[in-house]
Design a protein around this ligand. Structure first.
Ligand code: FAD
Length: 282
């Protein structure tokens, strides 16, 4: 199918984009179009106006400082994946991006578009959740920062207001005593995962675990975070018991069944992937 007719607006600046968004009725931001255009082609979304932000130089930067990697709203998955500084300073972002869709989709799809789209099967939603990151937004009413925990409200539902544009995503860097690992199972490489788990383990100077947490994708309406701090505090990674992790995860997740997997299988898979990703953080 073809999309319903719409007017295309190429924003000349963030200010222009927010102005257009506030003036035009039911307008939508167009970034890479990799989620929005398929929805429009199926007439599941029929916005009368699209505001294209994909060519704005002010949104095309990746900034790395002591604390975080900040990704502008026009930065594609491919650019993030191929940026050497990101690979050395926050390799988890690259590990995750390798699992996002296929190359042609990564070439156009944006990191911030993924977050705005709020798909609980999206790798970057789980990554920003486990890192306790945030997005910065702009609108005619001003700017604000939304923490990842407050951004995702349900499947394809975010807490963005209708007149807000995400201008950048902030991914806090891990400390020198922290390790991360991403595990997922998809029917084919590049497909959305049936389930996935991304773990971060922080160690103290004696190499005991100070903190451990896992964010899950594709097992709930939003990316779900489970902390293992109580269980793991001050133990060695080799002391982690499979059955305890399995029990904690499977008792806290309540996934839905779909054509790809039953709810039970998805829960089982998520628990095993959590175990594997935690054990990989050594
Ligand atoms: C076949 C296929 C397979 C895929 N597989 C995966 C996968 O395995 N994992 C994965 O994570 N993703 C996958 N994707 C989605 C892909 O990652 C998209 O790039 C991403 O979800 C959306 O980014 P986009 O830039 O294309 O956003 P768009 O499609 O342009 O926009 C998506 C939504 O977000 C809004 N939006 C976009 N940017 C902003 C912004 N800056 N501020 C406010 N609102 C904004 C739009 O208005 C729209 O509602 C897949 C897509 C396809 C078509």
């Amino acid at each position: 199918m073809k999309p319903a007719s719409f007017d295309y607006h190429r924003a000349t600046s963030v200010e222009d984009a927010t102005q257009l968004l506030s003036e035009l009725e039911d307008a939508k931001i167009l970034a890479g179009g990799q989620s929005l255009i398929p929805l429009m082609n199926f007439r599941l979304s029929t916005p009368p106006h699209l505001i294209d932000i994909s060519n704005l130089p002010e949104l095309s930067e990746i900034k790395v400082d002591d604390r975080s990697v900040t990704v502008g709203a026009a930065v594609t998955h491919t650019t993030l994946l191929k940026t050497q500084r990101v690979a050395s300073e926050l390799p988890l972002l690259v590990d995750a991006e390798k699992l996002v869709a296929h190359e042609v989709i990564r070439n156009r799809g944006t990191v911030c578009g993924s977050l705005a789209h709020a798909d609980p099967a999206g790798e970057m939603t789980a990554v920003i959740r486990v890192l306790d990151g945030a997005v910065r937004t702009s609108s005619v009413d001003g700017e604000r920062t939304i923490q990842a925990v407050d951004l995702f409200e349900g499947p394809l539902q975010s807490s963005l207001k209708e007149n807000e544009v995400i201008v950048e995503a902030i991914f806090p860097k891990l400390g020198r005593n922290s390790l991360s690992s991403f595990r997922e199972v998809a029917r084919r490489h590049g497909d959305y995962a049936i389930a996935g788990a991304v773990s971060v383990v922080d160690y103290d100077d004696a190499r005991s675990i100070a903190s451990a947490r896992t964010a899950f994708l594709s097992v709930g309406p939003v990316p779900i975070l489970i902390s293992f701090d109580q269980l793991l505090a001050k133990t060695k990674i080799s002391d982690i018991g499979h059955d305890e992790i399995y029990e904690i995860v499977s008792s806290q997740l309540n996934p839905q069944a779909d054509v790809h997997a039953s709810a039970d299988y998805r829960r089982h898979l998520a628990a095993e992937l959590a175990w594997e990703s935690l054990k990989a953080c050594v």
